[in-house]
Design a protein around this ligand. Structure first.
Ligand SMILES: Cc1cc2nc3c(=O)[nH]c(=O)nc-3n(C[C@H](O)[C@H](O)[C@H](O)COP(=O)(O)OP(=O)(O)OC[C@H]3O[C@@H](n4cnc5c(N)ncnc54)[C@H](O)[C@@H]3O)c2cc1C
Length: 386
């Protein structure tokens, strides 16, 4: 791995920095878990897409600029440094997009990717069901073939952005006699079809960050299937690899939090408790370590490797680091750290509490850390099944 940037990569960084400097909204957008904030974030995605920055590693015809993953890392570093808005369509562009790139037909790529890049279609992920969270192979929702359609019945839950999203991707049982990982198929479902009921679920801050989705005789054309019938598990594992291992949580996010934590510590150094300084330094070091590890992963991917079980290591690492950084920030802020973002005396204090509430969920979403530890034990360390 060569850690020096080429002149072309440095020029790309400057170009991105200048563009973001000119275009990032001056005021933070409302939370994308409100209707108003969701639409404001969609509008921002249009701006990004118009600038050719929706997803830099995608081919130009799908809304990208044909850059490689190293340039994507550079873009992410600049994006977080600029304080740009969160990506409302992250399930689409970071998870489903790369999966369509790998498993989609040419027609599917042309149909879905450009609209995804522009966030004309915002995606929700429909994997979890009431009895299929960690035990994802227990999926019960069915998609039964009827001519050139699948007829879908069942319930999905915990779909992030589901309250306002346009489409859902999920796995459904196409063979009702099948068990566990077999007989599942990956299907793309428009959320405005007859028979779809979306019921928002409030998260800790009271905003509807999730939705339950009920599917009652929903007819979806067969061409909305991604990959082969009955092979949904294999396709979904590619999506999960992108989610845990690379795309969803780029190192820049944690480097930026570490930078903010250092600033916070500097402002409060005089009254900081013993040990806090060392804890802050440790967090910064870990954010840097995650960055180097990601550069190593990207180098391997560029050399033709695929993301494997090591994605589970990444997922545990970034989720625990994020939580730790927010815990230390709240420790530094003492009682003030408990103020909600809208409280009169909150200032920028509230954003740490907001971040902490979300960081609490890091060890749960994208597959719980207990499950990731099982994967590491069995597939990386070769230990017997518990
Ligand atoms: C912020 C957030 C966003 C999410 N977004 C989405 C989304 O967009 N789409 C979607 O489909 N889902 C989403 N989820 C759901 C998420 O994927 C599930 O919550 C997660 O997979 C755990 O499933 P569960 O909640 O059913 O818990 P359970 O599977 O019931 O697990 C409960 C506890 O038991 C532990 N456990 C279970 N089985 C084992 C085992 N074999 N060994 C050791 N420990 C075990 C778990 O680790 C956990 O601690 C989201 C969740 C959160 C918190």
């Amino acid at each position: 791995m060569d850690l020096t940037y080429t002149p072309a990569q440095q020029a790309f960084r400057t170009e991105v920095r200048d563009w973001l400097g000119a275009h990032v909204p001056k005021e933070p957008l409302a939370s994308f878990d409100t209707k108003e904030g969701f639409e404001a974030h969609r509008e921002w995605e249009h701006v990004l897409n118009d600038g050719g920055y929706a997803m830099v590693p995608w081919p130009v015809e799908y809304g990208g600029r044909g850059a490689n993953l190293l340039e994507w890392l550079i873009f992410e570093e600049e994006y977080y440094r600029a304080g740009a808005p969160k990506r409302v369509n992250q399930n689409g562009i970071f998870l489903l997009g790369p999966t369509i790139m790998e498993y989609g037909t040419p027609d599917q790529k042309a149909r879905f990717l450009p609209k995804m890049a522009a966030s004309e279609e915002v995606w929700a992920q429909g994997w979890s069901e009431p009895n299929a969270g960690s035990d994802m192979a227990n999926i019960q929702a069915t998609a039964i073939r009827d001519g050139d359609h699948y007829v879908i019945n069942g319930q999905k839950t915990w779909a992030s952005r589901g309250a306002y999203a346009d489409w859902l991707f999920g796995m459904f049982r196409t063979d009702p006699e099948s068990e566990r990982h077999r007989g599942l198929t990956f299907v793309l479902v428009p959320l405005d079809l007859p028979g779809v009921t979306v019921r928002p679920i409030a998260q800790l801050d009271g905003l509807p960050g999730f939705a339950e989705v009920f599917l009652d005789d929903v007819r979806v054309p067969v061409e909305n299937r991604l990959g082969d019938e009955g092979k949904g598990w294999q396709v979904a594992m590619a999506t999960a690899g992108f989610e845990r291992g690379l795309m969803l949580r780029s190192p820049a996010r944690f480097q930026e939090t570490a930078r903010r934590l250092i600033d916070l510590y500097r402002d409060h150094a005089a009254e900081a408790a013993p040990g806090v300084r060392e804890a802050v330094v440790d967090c910064w070091s870990q954010a840097e370590a995650y960055t180097l590890e990601t550069y190593r992963t990207v180098s391997r991917l560029l050399a033709g490797a695929k993301i494997g079980s090591e994605a589970s290591l990444n997922k545990i690492f970034w989720s625990e680091l994020d939580l730790r950084m927010h815990e230390i920030a709240l420790q530094i802020l003492e009682e003030r750290g408990q103020l909600l973002p809208g409280a009169p005396a909150a200032g920028d204090v509230g954003s740490w509490l907001d971040g902490y509430l979300f960081a609490l969920s890091g060890p749960i979403y994208a597959g719980t850390n207990e499950i990731q530890r099982n994967i590491i034990a069995e597939r990386i360390l070769g230990m017997p099944r518990a």
